[in-house]
Design a protein around this ligand. Structure first.
Ligand code: NAP
Length: 254
């Protein structure tokens, strides 16, 4: 690359999150890793959290900066969550993208253990994070949770549980935004995003994505970095609270 090309590509560093500490639960993969990178690019100190030490180490290597640290914790384990916030101390923004694949059985053959595990991981986990985060979340800070397109377009059959849980986040955030004001509480609702969560479909992923992209008003499937911009906006915007922001390429419209 020539010096002129380098100069043309150079952008001034963004500084909107300088001196801010951001915790990303689920920051070792997918959307959370994208949020961690975006927050770092805006000058934040970032703590990424998930259950797997190996995934966290790989994520730290990817992010490759001294401004990121990682902590192992399972957000469904209250002792872990309490220890996590004690260890981190005062911080500015909590983001949770943590989640696992939802159960997808038709209602008549529901595996109740799988449903309980999903609710525990997604919704109870968010409640537990909020409970312990409020002790050390600084004034002017925010919490951002993650729902998803399944509340607007539930898979049929088998989408009732994931639709209910994803939908519940909007009401959780609205109520908590009032209770915790002026701390802001919001939700990001992504459509399909190209992340490791999709590895489960194997080689079919590229044809799934091509078919969906052709149907979407956006005509493409976003990366984690594309979606991370919504989380950064919610950390920055002092006037957005109790809100659910869709970033789904118009999926909810089709
Ligand atoms: N990708 C999509 O197309 C899409 C679309 C709509 C909504 N969403 C939602 O967005 C969220 C993130 O999806 P993604 O695609 O980024 O998934 P992903 O790449 O699989 O990442 C999920 C992250 O959550 C962590 N995690 C899971 N359970 C946890 C727990 N109990 N405690 C702490 N960390 C936990 C995982 O790490 P460990 O395994 O190490 O814990 C991982 O870092 C999910 O809730 C998903 O339902 C995704």
């Amino acid at each position: 690359m020539t010096l002129t090309e380098i100069a043309n590509e150079w952008r001034p560093p963004m500084t909107s999150l300088v001196d801010r500490k951001v915790i990303v639960i689920g920051g070792s993969s997918g959307i959370g890793l994208g949020v961690a990178e975006a927050a770092l690019n805006c000058g934040a100190e970032v703590v990424i959290v998930s259950r797997s030490p190996a995934k966290l180490q790989a994520a730290e290597r990817t992010l490759n900066t001294g401004h990121v640290t990682s902590l192992v914790a399972d957000m469904t384990d209250e002792a872990d969550v309490a220890r996590l916030f004690e260890e981190i101390g005062p911080f500015d923004h909590l983001v949770s993208t943590a989640g696992t694949l939802p159960p997808g059985d038709p209602i008549g053959s529901t595996d109740m253990e799988a449903v309980r595990g999903f609710v525990e991981n997604k919704l109870i986990g968010a409640v537990m994070l909020s409970k312990h985060a409020v002790r050390t979340l600084k004034a002017g800070g925010s919490m951002t949770f993650t729902s998803g397109i399944n509340k607007d377009k539930p898979p049929v059959p088998g989408g009732s549980v994931v639709s209910a849980i994803a939908g519940s986040f909007s009401y959780f955030a609205r109520a908590l935004a009032l209770e915790l004001a002026p701390t802001r509480v919001n939700v990001v609702s992504p459509g399909w995003v190209d992340t490791p969560m999709w590895d489960i479909v194997g080689e079919a992923k590229s044809s799934f994505f091509a078919d969906m992209a052709a149907r979407l008003p956006s005509r493409k499937i976003p990366t984690a970095a594309d979606v991370a911009a919504a989380y950064v906006y919610l950390m920055e915007s002092e006037f957005t609270t109790g809100e659910t922001i869709r970033i789904d390429g118009g999926h909810n419209l089709i």
